[in-house]
Ligand binder design. Structure first.
Ligand code: ZN
Length: 353
């Protein structure tokens, strides 16, 4: 895997609705090998390679969960709203990056109350989002404004990409820069003259799969592979029946989520490709969420879709964790699948007689 590309993508600040930094990295990365690079009307990134045969799209959403500055107090603190799904307990005292309208990165920290100043009762209660604030070390509203920050600026967790042990990668926004990096590496590596390959990085997935909807209408692909992350349950305190995925045991085929079922024949084809590569495929079900597959499957008459996910610890928090081995396995089996597709195989996926 290309660690440097994933680091660059993870360290970018690109909260839903403000994805420019990731768009720029992907354009620079894929420009040379794409026949065309374009965008849908919301800003989803779309690279195309080839112009014959069925349209096959590989998709990773480029946005991350984060915050938006909603108010600046007279004494120089930032109030904010959450963007995407957060749990209040995974936020306090974490460092963040405010991205100003001119693209400056301003560091800050989500303030917390010292335990000395809390009653026993207060310590038992979670802090509400509305009570939280970001401290950038300013003394007044004027000082905040002087740093270029204004209401509506987007805020992400602070960049913190690192490699731990033999195979673990830790960082913010692995959901879903890991999918973006895989999409980019696959786009660069796959050369199949029998398909038109689209490498897509969709916007605004975390707030309702919006870029999936717009890019599906824009491209009208015949078949779609979604690359994303899914909850790993291999840590203390998680229900292992509901969340069976383990880091390092292979990528996961999403069998059912809030908005999607995979195409059965496409799932079987992926498993056959995985068997050839000797990598394992895990399976998961997510009734509490969805991937971009939930729009690609239904837009414009519908199409075969399969969502493939990297097991990920600590999703939607400051420091997620994946295994490089799962990343490599997902790359290898998806590459094998993409090399196999042609007019006949894609027609067979779409044949329901
Ligand atoms: Zn995701």
């Amino acid at each position: 895997m290309n660690n440097e590309l994933l680091k660059q993508l993870c360290d970018a600040t690109a909260v839903s609705g403000d994805e420019q930094e990731v768009r720029d990295i992907l354009r620079a990365t894929l420009e040379k090998s794409a026949d065309e690079i374009g965008f849908d009307g919301l800003g989803s990134f779309i690279a195309r390679k080839g112009n014959r045969g069925p349209k096959v799209a590989i998709v990773g959403h480029m946005d991350e969960v984060g915050f938006m500055v909603s108010h600046i107090t007279d004494d120089g603190f930032l109030r904010f709203v959450t963007i995407g799904g957060w749990w209040s307990q995974s936020m306090l005292n974490h460092r963040v990056t405010v991205r100003t309208r001119s693209g400056q990165h301003i560091p800050g920290v989500i303030g917390s109350v010292a335990p000395h100043a809390l009653t026993e009762k207060q310590k038992q209660q979670p802090v509400e989002f509305d009570e939280m604030f970001i401290d950038i070390g300013a003394n007044s509203r004027e000082e905040v404004e002087k740093r270029g920050i204004s209401m509506g600026d987007f805020v992400s967790p602070e960049a913190n990409f690192s490699k731990w042990g033999d195979d673990k990668i830790v960082g913010k926004a692995l959901d879903n820069r890991a999918g973006c990096a895989l999409m980019a590496e696959l786009f660069l590596s796959v050369n199949n003259p029998n398909i038109t390959l689209y490498g897509v990085a969709s916007v605004e997935e975390e707030v309702g799969l919006r870029g999936a909807q717009t890019s599906a209408e824009h491209i009208k692909p015949d078949v779609v592979i979604v690359l994303d992350t899914a909850v790993a349950g291999d840590v203390p305190g998680i229900d292992k029946v509901k969340f069976p995925l383990k880091l390092g045991s292979g990528p996961a085929a999403m069998l059912f989520d809030k908005r999607y079922f995979p195409n059965q024949k496409l799932t079987a084809l992926l498993k056959a490709c995985a068997a050839e590569t000797e990598y394992n495929v895990q399976c998961c079900i997510m009734k509490t969420g969805a991937t971009d597959g939930g729009r690609y499957n239904v837009m414009g008459g519908g199409r075969p879709v399969l969502a493939l996910c990297l097991p990920t610890r600590y999703l939607h928090a400051n420091s997620g964790m994946i295994s490089e081995n799962d990343y490599d396995a997902l790359f290898t089996m998806t590459r094998a699948l993409l090399q196999k597709l042609d007019g006949d195989t894609v027609a067979a996926l779409r044949d329901f007689r």
